[in-house]
Design a protein around this ligand. Structure first.
Ligand code: ZN
Length: 439
């Protein structure tokens, strides 16, 4: 090795993912979820070696349940990036399984460096909507931690154990090899791992190669996978399924985040959620909760005017927030929130109100012109749950009545669209209501 190349290697081996212990302080009465939504455990599906049925069979299967997986990709084996680009666009993680699938342990530092860096760079060149920040060791042979951690903040091995809520070693996170080479060949055996994760409160990672007869190592039957994923979907209130990278992000953020209440009065609370991690990588939302402030019957949670995903569970309000993105305001007053990409918020129209009448919730609005209004309801995740269109009655009031059970809990966003025949654009106003208890 020349003097020059040694100097270069020393420079790139300085880990840029700093793991210095942060000052983590959580003000009372806030709590940060061990897992998103205060679920009990986490589960990740990882697919190695670019086996053809991963894109053809597995990704469509997981898409049916809106579940995201990780595809650990050997970059020199990629014949077309199109399928991986499509999977990335659907939210799946494209991560590294090195350039040539060589066992890294014991190889020269320069060879390890090439395999780890060049595979990451190839992925980042081709997959541009996400960063490649995790890898899996070929043949489960661990590489140099110093070199691996200079490119990746988490790396996967396969020692066949469920990790605790914080993995013992981020540069060798365990997984279970599924399929014909081991004991995880049936849906029951995979379901058992999901149950073990729930019982332990930890993180279970499955490692899958071939599916059916695609020629991949240790194949598993697609029917087994399908049955298992259906079972896991039934556990979604307690089991969080996400990519290897996002679960690892959540762990780092949850373990380093601080929650600080800045001010509070009868009608609003302002707080900060921060960490000292690299925000360009650690950009996943953590779940924070606190009791609903005394006397509040409705709430909105916003950050820089944008509504955060929030819900009421029992006496608690729970919300998802990406650290380091500005003050968060909890407000007891009804707050207007702009839809989607629109940055301006508009106030609720004068006289707009909601009322419970027997088995329905009626929205009323005085209309001075002879216009038609469309009223749409959305849940806290932005999914439309109902819509009605109505004209004003003789007294100038428009009323839309929705079944009461739509409002059983949580925040419902009401979007009013005034339909004016002579205007090219509809005027939309949004209003956030909390219907925690309607009797
Ligand atoms: Zn492999």
């Amino acid at each position: 090795m020349t003097r020059l190349s040694r100097a270069w290697l020393a420079a790139v081996m300085v880990p840029f993912f700093c793991h210095t212990a942060p000052a983590r302080t959580i003000d009372s009465p806030y709590q940060v979820g061990t897992w998103p939504g205060f679920r009990t455990a986490a589960l990740s599906y990882t697919f190695d070696d670019n086996c053809s049925n991963q894109l053809a069979v597995a990704v469509p299967l997981f898409n049916q349940y809106s579940l995201k997986v990780t595809l650990f990709t050997v970059t020199s084996w990629v014949t077309s990036w199109t399928g991986l680009k499509n999977a990335a666009a659907q939210g799946h993680e494209i991560a590294s399984h090195t350039v040539t699938h060589v066992s890294l342990g014991g190889l020269s530092n320069a060879t390890q460096d090439n395999e780890l860096k060049n595979s990451r760079d190839a992925i980042n060149t081709n997959i541009t909507n996400q960063k490649c920040v995790t890898m899996a060791y070929p043949n489960c042979v661990e590489a140099s931690d110093a070199i691996t951690s200079s490119y990746y903040f988490a790396a996967r091995g396969c020692s066949g154990a469920i990790e605790p809520k914080t993995p013992v070693k981020f540069m060798n996170i365990s997984s279970f090899v599924c399929g014909s080479t081991g004991s995880y060949t049936t849906a029951q055996s995979l379901n058992g791992l999901a149950n073990q994760a729930i019982n332990s409160g930890g993180w279970c990672i499955l490692l899958i190669h071939g599916i059916d007869n695609d020629g991949g190592y240790s194949p598993i039957a697609s029917a087994v996978l399908s049955s298992h994923v259906h079972f896991v979907d039934s556990l979604k209130s307690v089991l969080w399924v996400s990519t290897f990278g996002n679960v690892a992000r959540y762990v780092r953020e949850r373990d380093s985040v601080s929650v600080k209440e800045l001010s509070s009065n009868a009608n609003s609370v302002t707080l900060q959620v921060t960490d000292n991690l690299d925000s360009s990588i650690f950009n996943y939302s953590v779940t924070v909760r606190r009791p609903l402030p005394a006397g509040w019957t409705q709430i909105s949670v916003t950050q820089k005017g944008q509504r955060l995903n929030s819900s009421i569970a029992g006496q608690n309000v729970m919300f998802d927030v990406v650290p380091n993105r500005g003050d968060i305001v909890l407000s007891s007053s009804v707050t207007s929130v702009a839809a989607g990409s629109r940055q301006t918020s508009s106030p609720a129209p004068q006289g707009f109100h909601a009322r419970v009448v027997e088995n329905s919730v009626n929205f009323s609005l005085p209309i001075t012109c002879s216009g038609t209004m469309s009223v749409e309801l959305f849940d806290a995740r932005g999914t439309k749950i109902a819509a009605l269109t109505s004209r004003a009655d003789e007294s100038g009031f428009l009323t839309c009545a929705f079944p009461k059970e739509l409002f059983n809990s949580g925040i419902v966003v009401v979007r009013l669209i005034e339909l004016r025949t002579r205007m090219s654009q509809n005027n939309a106003t949004e209003e956030c209501f909390l219907f925690s208890k309607i009797r």
